[in-house]
Ligand binder design. Sequence first.
Ligand SMILES: [Zn+2]
Length: 106
Amino acid sequence: MGEIPAPTTVRDAFAAYAQRVSRALIAVEALLVDEHVPRRPEWECQACDTGTPWPCAPAQVRLLEAYRRDLAGLSDYVSTLYHAALEDLRTDSWRELRDRFVGWIP
Ligand SMILES: [Zn+2]
């Protein structure tokens, strides 16, 4: 994985953002070892009971373990997923969704 160059146009910015999101989505499956990964576009956990919002408690534990020395990196990473979820879910309750995605990080 190479560095994504700083975008100079709006189109480049969107392309860089889309690339960032797709990398984050690929990484989440590796980080969670294919368990407790989000089902899109619902953003529910694939392993927990139907309708369990992602990130579920086991996903939070695994993400914290993976990023225990880099909580800022975890926050940045989960924020990217939050923005992807915001687009998928098309919800007006963005604060609630933000708390769900980022609020559990110590
Ligand atoms: Zn789960």
